[in-house]
Design a protein around this ligand. Structure first.
Ligand SMILES: *Cc1c(COP(=O)(O)O)cnc(C)c1O
Length: 420
């Protein structure tokens, strides 16, 4: 399989790092998320190597896939973490407590209890998204007598071509503080007790596949860093955000070449800036490493349309429903059957519960397995219990060995928090 994926065929059987995918489905059941740990590690190291000439930390964006096992693996490679909630902070604490000092806390709606937990944990940086938040953070820092190191997340007003739901860098979006106003807000922050301006942060969106918008926004941020230094602030951290994209279709994709291009563009803009660079990749590290393996329950024909109904639904992988996202869908065991056009849908009671419309693929029959590729990012982390369905199990394959890293939920788990 091309386009940078770790899944491929050995004879007629889908494998990942030498492990037979059908055997995993038989052992652990379906729907099942399968991740290639070695690819995740390789992608993190690809970034670390490309930025070797620049002091930096790769802070994995936990929301892309918050598996503790994956976080532990990335922590072991020296990664920090970009978190957006107190829950994600707790995940860092459990998976990689030694990395708490490399945590960046992003998000437009941080609550006081989350700030308290992060202050006590000694995180590296709060990415503050509004003046109102800055005031609450200052109050919490004063109450706890812990200094909060902050960056303002500035909105650079740079357009990045991506889906409107995952674009964030324009002034019309809810994220950040307009870069034109940032200097004034930093001035106020510098005078606040408990607040120490230490960085500038930017994040322009997700699934961005050209380097120009990244370079343009970092260029604007660098100019601001220099202005703030001129104002006497000790700005050391430049957080370039995440959003580095992958290819979901079958277009050629050489991740190492893309990373090299990205690094070259950023390093050029940063030349001589004397900052510690933070990168917050999520999708790039995990998307292509994961597949959702599902079994066909039924097929049926309604009028002119053929439907393939799988045991995975939108509650397991919502990206097609939410963002009209494309996922390649491939057989786990290749057949010699004719190609047909079908809708691949889940069992959830919503017409929006689909994985693909009018997809052309070799006929699949009830009982057979298919894999939805590139499902490692924003797959399991967006899974829900809708229709009272339990969340799938997750398997991590590393060094040719498969390990269950999250067991399938039970009906007991499903109702655990409820009171009758
Ligand atoms: C979601 C997010 C990321 C990660 O985005 P990807 O597209 O998965 O790389 C990084 N930083 C911030 C602030 C985010 O909100």
């Amino acid at each position: 399989m091309s386009a940078g994926r770790p899944f491929g065929y050995e004879k007629d059987r889908l494998t990942v790092a030498g492990v037979d995918v059908a055997a995993l489905a038989d052992e652990f059941g379906t729907p099942l998320y399968v991740y290639a740990g070695d690819q995740i590690a390789e992608r993190a190291q690809m970034l670390q190597k490309a930025f070797a000439a620049q002091e930096h930390t790769v802070c994995y964006a936990v929301k892309a896939n918050s598996s503790l096992a994956i976080m532990k693996m990335l922590g072991g490679l020296g990664c920090g973490f970009d978190i957006v909630s107190g829950g994600e902070l707790e995940r860092v604490r459990r998976a990689v407590p030694e990395a708490l000092g490399k945590v960046v806390f992003s998000g437009v709606g941080k609550q006081a209890w989350e700030m308290d937990a992060a202050l006590k944990a000694g995180i590296m940086l709060f990415n503050v998204e509004s003046e109102a938040e800055l005031e609450v953070l200052a109050a919490r820092a004063q109450a706890l007598r812990i200094t909060a190191k902050i960056a303002l997340r500035v909105n650079p007003d740079v357009f990045a071509e991506t889906h409107p739901y995952i674009s964030t860098g324009l002034s019309e979006h809810k994220f950040g503080i307009a870069i034109a106003r940032a200097r004034e807000v930093y001035g106020r922050a510098a005078k606040m007790q408990g607040i120490e301006p230490a960085g500038v942060s930017v994040h322009i969106g997700s699934q961005i596949r050209s380097v120009e918008p990244f370079a343009e926004s970092v260029k604007r941020v660098r100019a601001l860093v220099e202005e703030l230094r001129g104002d006497g602030m000790d700005i050391r951290l430049l957080d370039a955000g995440g959003g580095f994209g992958v290819e979901y279709g079958n277009a050629a994709f050489d991740p190492a070449a893309r990373v090299a291009e990205y690094a070259a563009a950023l390093l050029k803009v940063l030349d001589g800036a004397k900052v510690h660079l933070l990168l917050e990749p999520g999708r790039f590290l995990v998307a292509q490493a994961g597949a959702l393996v599902t079994r066909v329950l039924y097929t049926k024909v309604n009028g002119k349309k053929k439907f393939v109904i799988t045991d995975a639904g939108m509650n397991d992988l919502i990206r097609p429903s939410l963002y009209q996202a494309h996922h390649e869908i491939v057989p786990v065991v290749v057949s010699e059957r004719e190609t047909e056009v079908a809708d691949i849908v889940g069992p959830v009671c919503e017409s929006g519960d689909f994985f693909a419309h009018d997809r052309s693929m070799a006929e699949v029959r009830a009982g057979e397995l298919v894999a939805l590729l590139d499902a490692g990012a924003y797959g399991m982390s967006l899974a829900s219990h809708y229709n009272s369905r339990v969340k799938p199990a997750e398997v991590l394959v590393s060094g040719g060995v498969a390990r269950l890293v999250r067991r399938r939920e039970t009906l007991e788990d499903l109702m655990a928090g409820e009171i009758l």
